[in-house]
Design a protein around this ligand. Structure first.
Ligand SMILES: *[C@@H]1O[C@H](CO)[C@@H](O)[C@H](O)[C@H]1NC(C)=O
Length: 231
């Protein structure tokens, strides 16, 4: 992970995903280890992700879940609600999203097809820890296919995300921003905390005159255990 401006040691932590605590913004889907892809009708098997690593996956899902289902957390899959929503500045299920206009532009710009992901497949973030390793911060993994977001200049943009032409953002967030595990054993005079990091990501957006252009967006990336001098 890149050097950053924090005046101390920064330990980069990527997920050893532990069972996560339900956050009220999200709904959890129970036992079936399936991933739904709300924008596709593809009925191919979706259980190929039930590997032993069992990372905590999050993704958006337009299906509703009953409160009974929500009550049971098993694989930690986060199901985003089917109403227009924004999470971490990334909005999806946007009312009035210009899907037809985007599809029309795509249909006469075939050369761009190789840029896009075809469908919403949750991307596995490698578990970079062996079984005897663990992360100092608890994290959860999200996959969002944003339809709208503010660019780095704070101008709202419509992001290309239609069936067959997907731009997914996979990121980790801190489950809480409290102290890191084992912080009592850190050197005296240092305070630790789990800190959310962000990156700038380029995404294809709808520009003027029926054209697509790239724009930059600040998106969450990962959660790191950071220490700073407390005196
Ligand atoms: C972009 O920023 C404006 C002003 O802060 C805000 O009202 C709007 O909801 C933001 N749009 C998105 C997609 O987050």
């Amino acid at each position: 992970m890149a050097v950053n401006g924090i005046p101390a040691i920064t330990l980069v932590l990527l997920s050893l995903t532990l069972p996560i605590i339900a956050h009220t913004d999200y709904h959890y889907r129970p036992t079936s280890r399936s991933f739904s892809r709300p924008y596709t009708s593809d009925a191919s098997p979706r259980n190929q992700y039930s590997g032993s690593l069992n990372p905590t996956h999050a993704h958006m899902d337009t299906r509703s879940t009953s409160s009974k289902q929500r009550a049971h957390v098993d694989d930690g899959t986060i199901v985003y609600p089917d109403t227009p929503s924004c999470a971490y500045g990334l909005c999806f299920n946007v009312a009035g999203y210009p899907k037809e206009q985007i599809q029309r532009i795509l249909s006469r710009s075939q050369f761009m097809n190789s840029y896009f992901e075809v469908s919403e497949e949750p991307v596995i973030i490698d578990n970079r820890f062996n079984t005897d390793e663990m992360s100092l911060c608890e994290t959860k993994v999200h996959t969002i296919y944003p339809e709208k977001a503010n660019n780095t200049q704070k101008i709202e943009r419509v992001i290309v995300n239609v069936e067959g032409h997907k731009q997914g953002i996979v990121f980790e967030t801190c489950v809480d921003n409290g102290k890191c595990k084992f912080s009592s054993n850190f050197p005296t005079g240092y305070t630790s905390y789990c800190k959310q990091k962000y990156i700038h990501k380029r995404l294809m957006v709808l520009g003027d005159n029926d054209k697509f252009v790239f724009d930059s967006f600040e998106v969450p990336s990962c959660c790191v255990c950071t220490v700073s001098r407390s005196d």
